[in-house]
Design a binder for this molecule. Structure first.
Ligand SMILES: [Zn+2]
Length: 145
C-alpha cells in the first residue's frame, strides 16, 4: 500500500491527497514565498504532478512571478502550493497545508541568504544561496526582479 498524505485547508473546502513519497523537501527563505504565505519561511514538499490528486474543492491561483503559479483556498486563504515552469511536472505543497506536517523532514535550505536576520537554526542541512533544485534556466529567480 502506497503512502497517502492528505492536505487540507483551514476551512476544509479544499482537500488533496498526495500518493507515494515526495521526491524533495526543502526549507525556503525567499522573499516571494514569505509574502505569498505570510510566514517568515516555509517548507515546500515536492511531488510529481501525477502523485497529487484533488479530493474536494478547487483552489484559486495567483501568479506574480513569471512562470510561477501559486494556489490557495479562496475561502480561508490557506496557501496550498505552487508550480513553476522551470520545474516541469513538479508540484510543491506547503507544509502547513498538510494534515501530518511532522512527517515531512526537509533536506536543505533554499535562499538561505534571504533569511530573516533573527533566524538561527541548528541543523546541519546544506544552505543554498539559491534554489535547492536544478531547474530550467530563465524562470522565476526572485533575485532577478
Ligand atoms: Zn479553505
Amino acid at each position: 500500500m502506497s503512502r497517502i498524505e492528505r492536505g487540507s485547508c483551514f476551512c476544509g473546502a479544499i482537500e488533496i491527497d498526495a500518493i507515494g513519497d515526495p521526491f524533495w523537501i526543502n526549507w525556503d527563505h525567499d522573499e516571494d514565498c514569505r509574502k505569498a504565505i505570510g510566514g517568515p519561511m516555509t517548507i515546500w514538499i515536492g511531488y510529481r504532478a501525477e502523485q497529487v490528486i484533488s479530493i474536494t474543492g478547487a483552489p484559486k491561483t495567483f501568479s506574480k512571478t513569471p512562470g510561477v503559479v501559486r494556489s490557495f483556498c479562496g475561502d480561508c486563504g490557506t496557501s496550498i502550493g505552487y508550480q513553476d515552469e522551470g520545474l516541469p511536472s513538479e508540484i510543491y505543497l506547503c507544509i502547513g497545508f498538510m494534515d501530518a506536517p511532522e512527517r515531512f523532514e526537509p533536506a536543505a535550505h533554499g535562499y538561505w541568504e534571504q533569511r530573516l536576520p533573527f533566524v538561527e537554526l541548528s541543523d546541519s542541512l546544506p544552505r543554498e544561496a539559491r534554489y535547492t533544485r536544478k531547474r530550467a534556466n530563465g524562470f522565476a529567480d526572485p533575485r532577478d526582479r
